[in-house]
Design a binder for this molecule. Structure first.
Ligand SMILES: Cc1ncc(COP(=O)(O)O)c(C=O)c1O
Length: 300
């Protein structure tokens, strides 16, 4: 039990320790391995797309989490927690993953810190996102297939951890630390566990002049500290294709749910409103799914 409490405290401390000089190792890893200072990109063509007939509309900025190592925001959390696990004397990490992005980040972080790594993943998810399975295996992680989806994978991972509390560490999906250099009007992020939304929102949670909008991807809702909307998978695929066409950026389908919400949001906004959409990850893993969707549409 004490070990569980230790680990829980470690999770709680993750965000506060980042600035302590004692954690220079982490600061260096975030700078040189993760590239955590992801840029804010002005999406000129997407902005033009949402202009009204008078050429007015909101300005759309993209927070480029897709440029993080491994193609998503997940590595920020994974490297920090893996380092804490190592400081706690743990030798191996267990984690669960859905579409595989958290698994890829965890596998990379473990290899970087010479920790053993086991990732639990649903068998159907493994078939769907094979490229991520390979990206977990290539750095040396064991990928354990479970009969079910993420829910089953996470309970199996927790079981494996609880059976070996002294040596193993359960690396949960959590918040990413990201930086904003100016003041936006509206922040939009997709929601799974909440980590990419928190990474983007945390500096503005107490700022009543900044609207925080979370759009459900496939996960579950959180408490009500932000406006909450849903988008269909189909609208997300269309938003993926739109961003590829306008900006040459291929977003993860999760982030595409947030992008899809711009269709409803933009026509309601005054000229010049600054909107930031979190591009939580890259769409490599989803490219084949989108391609299949396009083929299906053609044959309809
Ligand atoms: C690229 C990407 N974006 C967003 C999410 C949603 O999760 P979270 O709310 O934890 O950021 C995931 C989850 O796996 C993801 O892989």
């Amino acid at each position: 039990m004490a070990t569980f409490v230790d680990q829980h405290l470690a999770w709680e401390l993750t965000s506060t320790v980042l600035h302590d000089s004692k954690f220079q190792e982490l600061t260096t890893a975030l700078r040189d391995y993760v590239e955590s200072e992801t840029p804010l990109y002005f999406a000129q063509r997407l902005t033009n797309h949402y202009n009204n007939s008078e050429g007015e509309g909101p300005e759309i900025y993209l927070k480029r989490g897709d440029l993080n190592h491994g193609g998503a925001h997940k590595i920020n959390n994974a490297i920090a927690q893996a380092m804490i696990a190592k400081w706690m004397g743990r030798k191996s990490i267990v984690a669960a993953t859905g579409a595989g992005q958290h698994g890829v980040a965890t596998a990379a972080a473990c290899t970087n810190l010479s920790l053993d790594c086991t990732i639990f993943m649903g068998a159907t998810d493994m078939e769907k996102w094979t490229s991520n399975v390979l990206l977990m295996k290539h750095p040396g992680a064991e990928v354990e297939a479970v009969d079910g989806t993420f829910k089953v994978a996470s309970s199996e991972a927790i079981k494996a951890w609880v059976g070996n509390l002294e040596t193993k560490y359960y690396l949960a999906g959590m918040t990413a630390m990201e930086k904003w250099g100016g003041r936006p009007d509206i922040l939009v992020a997709c929601i799974g566990s909440g980590s990419n939304a928190l990474g983007l929102f945390h500096e503005f949670i107490k700022d009543e002049d900044v609207s925080l909008i979370r759009v459900e991807a496939a996960g579950f809702g959180l408490d009500s500290w932000a406006e909450f909307h849903t988008t269909t998978d189909e609208a997300a695929v269309v938003a993926y294709i739109r961003l590829c066409h306008f900006e040459g950026i291929f977003p993860a389908l999760e982030a595409s749910h947030a992008l899809a919400f711009l269709e409803k949001l933009c026509p309601t906004l005054p000229n010049g409103t600054k909107v930031v959409v979190n591009i939580s990850g890259r769409g490599d893993k989803d490219a084949a799914i989108v391609f299949q969707y396009q083929l299906d549409r053609l044959s309809d």
